[in-house]
Design a protein around this ligand. Structure first.
Ligand code: AMP
Length: 196
């Protein structure tokens, strides 16, 4: 795994442990020589992880829409800041250049980004690992929703199994390293739906 994409809150959250977890994940990236791809912001948990990696001269690629740069929301110190024209363009580029996807605590943006890459995994558009850093059980209600969707047959077991979860950055990255995407029934979906 050369680079992983992190989705996380543009807010720091109400508990300083969220920021500490973002920094801990950044340190784990540095320790393992993994580059960070993220939304390019200088706000919230996004800034916490990006700053740790950037200041220790790890690889950071920020991908941010022009409109956000104009509102001065970009972390312009990042050496590799890629300015795109739209939110859709941002997600497509982040997905293309990353070897996997991690969500940290966040709000609507974080959930939307994570569920999109997970849906793409379900469709076989990519075969990269997707996981949640479950800091202080933040994602437990999301996991309960996935279990309910599985129990009620809205989600197949193999797709439920694609969601890697751990509260420890190091253990989550171990799970990423060991991840094998589901094989069954993928071929019928294995078309690039992002291009047409
Ligand atoms: P949210 O979880 O609603 O705070 O949204 C965070 C996610 O949406 C991040 O992963 C970013 O990709 C994107 N995002 C939302 N707000 C900003 C911002 N002010 N600057 C940069 N990216 C943002």
């Amino acid at each position: 795994m050369k680079r992983l994409c992190v989705f996380c809150g543009s807010s720091p959250g109400a508990d300083p442990d969220y920021a500490e977890a973002a920094r801990a994940l950044g340190r784990e990236f540095l320790r393992r020589g993994i580059g960070l791809v993220y939304g390019g912001g200088r706000v919230g948990l996004m800034y916490e992880i990006a700053r740790v990696v950037h200041e220790s001269r790890g690889e950071v690629i920020g991908v941010i829409p022009r409109g956000m740069v104009e509102k001065e929301l970009a972390y312009t110190d990042v050496r590799d800041l890629r300015i795109v024209e739209s939110m859709h363009g941002r997600k497509a580029l982040m997905a293309e250049i990353s070897d996997g996807f991690i969500a940290l605590p966040g709000g609507l943006g974080t959930m939307e980004e994570f569920f999109e890459v997970l849906t793409w995994a379900q469709l076989g558009i990519h075969r990269k690992p997707c996981g949640l850093l479950n800091v202080k059980a933040y994602f437990d209600p999301v996991l309960a929703f996935l279990d309910k969707a599985r129990a009620l047959n809205f989600l197949q077991a193999e797709h439920r199994g694609m969601v890697l979860v751990d509260e420890s950055p190091s253990r989550l990255l171990e799970k990423f390293g060991a991840y094998r995407p589901p094989e069954a029934d993928m071929a019928r979906w294995a078309i690039d739906l992002t291009k047409s």
